[in-house]
Ligand binder design. Structure first.
Ligand code: KDG
Ligand code: MG
Length: 403
């Protein structure tokens, strides 16, 4: 079954999404998510200019060969742009394979290894009382695991705080990124108070998670992990910028708070040391930034050998296509840990419809053939690309800090 067309649609229903549509003979359509937040057009060009022309005429069934062709054939391997582009092709081909077989993708991956996929949502607040209200609302919705972030007193902006509607916290900021301020000492004193507050108010009935978003040095992260031990965190996420994988040895030596890393990783090589030296507990690589279903499964298989579980990134900048693909993988692997689920805000629902569903803390990808997601190209045309960037961070003295 040959590929007859491959096209890229960049749309902005509230936030930017890059969607790859692969059309095979007999009108079978496969969808892939190629969204790279703040660098959307780079992936769109990579696909349009360098990948789509190579796809037309190829056999849509040969997923592994196409993956290897795009990865080994590029010479300049890896990196977020390349691996997001390859991921979109890979996911679209799995979608096509499922549709040809008349089976949901998870059946092609070995079938369901569990009945549902435990997801975590976000709760945040500008004050601890606001956070409590949001947290309570999430518990009422049935979530069993909640990521908690609270505004740091004295700082103008804090990562992870939703403005009003509880869904999107990364501001869309036109042609120039918004600038935030960071002060480590204030954060390190405040974060344990937040978790103490939540445990006091809600006890230990739900799993509690927290995203440090790459802000600390290894010894600062070690101190935070130790300070949070009484609150029995499910994990702290991205405590330090993870390019320096050996830094996690130091964190490990000081705390039993579980550590999750990997949302900015793009390949198995980025996480190899963290996994094989058991320096982390959860690997958070995502289907759309780590080479698609084919490569993500390889990462999780390596992690399984070392007792590391999955915990894939699932923020709102990953489109419903990526969310569906993640759920098919999550349902089928032995070492699933948890899946992030932030949801998508309208008008994204005018473009994407999906068969996945949430109930009592768990999600299921549904049983439609393929991924179970459809994409309305005409509706997408009504929401053209808008420049939007993630913020940047500066310390109080004006020097740049990781965001
Ligand atoms: O595009 C970047 C966001 O997806 C990221 O900032 C969200 O850290 C994030 C998370 O854990 O959801
Ligand atoms: Mg994160």
């Amino acid at each position: 079954m040959k590929i007859v067309d491959a096209r890229v649609i960049v749309s902005s229903p509230g936030r930017n999404y890059v969607t790859l549509v692969i059309e095979a003979e007999d009108g079978v359509i496969g969808l892939g998510d190629a969204t790279l937040n703040g660098r959307e057009l780079a992936v769109a060009s990579y696909l349009r200019d360098h990948v789509c022309p190579l796809l037309v005429g190829r056999d849509a069934r040969r997923i592994e060969d196409t993956w290897q062709y795009l990865y080994r054939g590029a010479y300049w391997r890896r990196g977020p742009v390349t691996m997001t582009a390859i991921a979109a092709v890979d996911v679209a081909l799995w979608d096509i394979k499922g549709k040809i077989a008349g089976l949901p993708v998870y059946e092609l991956l070995g079938g369901a290894a569990r009945d549902g996929v435990m997801v975590y949502c976000h709760a945040s607040g500008s004050t601890l009382d606001d956070l409590s209200a949001d947290f309570q609302g999430r518990m009422d919705q049935g979530y069993l695991a909640i990521r908690a972030q609270a505004a740091i007193p004295g700082l103008m902006k804090t990562y992870g705080i939703a403005p009003t509607d509880g869904q999107i916290y990364e501001p869309a900021s036109g042609n120039v990124p918004q600038q935030d301020t960071w002060e480590t000492s204030t954060y390190l004193d405040f974060a344990p108070q937040v978790m103490a507050h939540l445990r006091r108010e809600f006890g230990y009935v739900v799993h509690l998670l927290h995203d440090v978003h790459h802000r600390l040095t290894p010894i600062e992260a070690a101190r935070l992990g130790g300070a949070l031990e009484p609150y029995r965190m499910f994990w702290i996420e991205d405590p330090t910028p993870a390019e320096d994988q050996s830094a996690f040895r130091l964190i490990r030596q000081h705390t039993t708070t579980p550590i999750a890393v990997g949302e900015v990783f793009n390949s198995i090589w980025d996480c190899q040391q963290l996994i094989t030296e058991r320096l982390i507990d959860y690997i958070r690589t995502s289907v759309s930034h780590t080479g698609g279903i084919t490569h993500l499964r390889r990462v999780f298989a390596l992690a399984d050998l070392y007792g590391v579980r999955s915990g894939s990134h699932g923020a709102g900048d990953l489109s419903p296509i990526a969310m569906a693909a993640a759920l098919h993988v999550d349902l089928s692997i032995p070492n699933f840990g948890i899946q992030e689920y932030m949801g998508h805000r309208d008008p994204a629902g005018e473009l994407f419809s999906s068969s996945y569903a949430f109930r009592d803390g768990y999600m299921h990808p549904g049983n439609q053939p393929g991924l179970g997601v459809s994409f309305d190209e005409e509706a997408a045309a009504k929401f053209p690309y808008e420049p939007k960037y993630l913020p940047v961070n500066r310390r109080r003295d004006g020097s740049m800090h990781d965001w």
